[in-house]
Design a binder for this molecule. Sequence first.
Ligand code: 13P
Ligand code: ZN
Length: 240
Amino acid sequence: MFRELDKISEVARYLWEKGWAEYNGGNISVNLTEQLQETFKEKGAISGRIEIASELKMLAGELFYVTGTGKRMRDVARSPWENGALIRICDDGRGYELIYKENIPPTSELISHLYMHHCLRQMGRDTKVVLHTHPTELIALTHIKRWLDSEALTQMLWSMIPECRMVVTKGVGVVPYISPGTVELAEATVVELEKHDVIIWEKHGVLAVGDDITTCFDTIDTLNKSAQIYIHAKAAGLQD
Ligand code: 13P
Ligand code: ZN
């Protein structure tokens, strides 16, 4: 349909190819208000209003492409509109409606995505993308207690390859295990956003925020490369 959708397809394909998107693992939201406002301003909803467990006033009227719950990344890659939807945040910021294309319920992590978009806006940032995926090596590290410390994990990952510090300049935040899809998880996540652009959910996955979906992917890819090198170095005898 347009360049942003092509980029979503491309990144969804990378996630699948990397092995980070088993079954329906991972989800994507992209703020497309700028690109689609004109086209969709008169468009009626194709769903009823769905309540949001908070007031996200700063996102009122904005449009987001979101992947559908239960949809496979490899299918998002093939066809983003058959596996996702466009939602509009209601004027009071307390609900949203689906407006395009199919009536596909958004990802179960929508609350975390929207909280993150809102929190970033409150911080005065114009971030467009939240990308959530399940990178194998980074998740593996969260099974080890010492790497649940954000500072320790960041220092270790930075020390593996020079690119990591250059690409993931703010390091990585860690959120202890909380049930997926909950407001509690969303709230704990936005706390970490004050300091980091990449956040790891213990024993679950990673979220990256940014202006561009390809850059979000690159950030997670670099971080996961560091995690891979650490695991290989340990197997080769690294003492640390
Ligand atoms: P959804 O299919 O609802 O997006 O869930 C996938 C996921 O990764 C949950 O954290
Ligand atoms: Zn997940």
